[in-house]
Design a protein around this ligand. Structure first.
Ligand code: KG4
Ligand code: ZN
Length: 331
């Protein structure tokens, strides 16, 4: 089965062709094209939704064409379409959803609506046999917009356990970066500087011992701001600062994920989302337990993960019934 998947929830415009072997439950990526309006957002220090949507419009057709071209598959060989319907920025989402609906109408193909967050989870099922990941599984989704813990009992039973009460982990990194004058998104740059630094600042680890599965990173942001206001950081102190912020976030993520895994008797832990590209986070988990994590380019937003989620969870629908839902979450 071949799926053309589209992802436009934020500032990446992506289209992918994935092949799903139903019997083996194996997803293979044939092409995965990603365009980003990142440079524009670097100039504004963050995403302005209207700008992101306008860029999506510019990229969507060339990106779909490129994904088809790179796959050497023409539309008559595509079995179905898949598209992110939410959560995300309404203007950006609409570009992908309306484009896919139009293609589905013209090509007379079914469409699978996909929750972006499930995409981040199912990025883990790309390029490996699904049976390898033993259920029940605890998934940690950490991105610029989300920090969630999820219990996966089986593909039909995915339950949200808790999430951030305020800022997401990636957002905390991005906001720290803005205070420090680092380019957006700051996660990768903070990771790089942190490699030369030490966790000397000992920032707070909010909710690390709370009995629920919630997170909160806005207190950390305040502590970071107070420290920045004390004055210029020289190079060494900047490295230490980055190492300290990163470590505070990692400590909370690891602790709470392991707590959930223990309480629900998980047989596997999986990570997803842009922050899961962080090598230090991967290493800290791996020191303690085995984890599944997508290759780095499948951690950040891309359409192949949307194709993978569609393959496993997909409810084939007709284009008329597909609706954008910026507030979509877990059930
Ligand atoms: O999943 P994603 O591409 O978009 C959302 O759905 O939000 O995640 C983007 C987030 C940004 O906050 C970015 O700073 C963070 O992922 N990020 C990282 C790294 N690469 C991206 N954070 C820490 N370390 C990284 N290497
Ligand atoms: Zn995402």
């Amino acid at each position: 089965m071949k799926i053309l998947a589209v992802e436009t929830s934020c500032d990446e415009t992506s289209a992918a062709i994935v092949k799903f072997d139903k019997k083996e439950k194996y997803v293979e990526v044939i092409s995965n094209v990603i365009a980003t309006s990142l440079q524009m957002h670097q100039e504004t220090g963050g995403i302005i939704p209207e700008n992101a949507a306008r860029e999506q419009l510019k990229y969507i057709i060339p990106v779909i064409n490129q994904a088809l071209k790179e796959s050497s598959i023409n539309e008559s060989n595509i079995d179905m379409l898949a598209v992110t319907i939410g959560p995300g920025l309404i203007g950006s989402l609409l570009v992908g959803v309306e484009t896919v609906k139009t293609l589905a109408y013209i090509w007379k193909k079914p469409v699978i609506p996909v929750n972006h967050l499930f995409g981040h989870i199912y990025a883990n099922f790309i390029g490996r046999k699904a049976q390898e990941i033993k259920f029940p599984s605890i998934a940690l989704i950490v991105s610029g917009g989300h920090t969630d813990l999820v219990l996966i009992t089986n593909h039909e039973n995915i339950k949200w356990l808790g999430g951030t009460r305020d800022d997401a982990a990636g957002e905390a990194l991005d906001k720290t970066g803005r205070l420090l004058g680092l380019p957006y998104p700051a996660g990768p740059k903070i990771e790089e500087l942190a490699r030369q630094g030490k966790d000397n600042f000992k920032f707070p680890r909010p909710l690390i011992y709370s009995s629920d599965y919630d997170f909160s990173f806005s207190g950390l942001k305040t502590a970071v701001l107070r420290e920045v206001e004390k004055g210029e950081l020289d190079k060494k102190r900047l490295n230490d600062f980055c190492a300290s912020v990163q470590q505070a976030i990692i400590d909370v993520l690891v602790k709470k994920t392991l707590k959930a895994a223990k309480e629900f008797g998980a047989n596997s832990i999986i990570l997803g989302g842009g922050v899961a590209a962080n090598q230090k986070l991967r290493d800290e988990f791996s020191k303690i337990t085995e984890i599944y994590v997508p290759e780095k380019k499948l951690c950040t937003d891309n359409a192949a993960m949307i194709g993978a989620a569609a393959a496993f969870l997909g409810k084939e629908s007709s284009w008329e019934t597909i609706e954008t839902n910026p507030e979509l979450y877990f059930d």
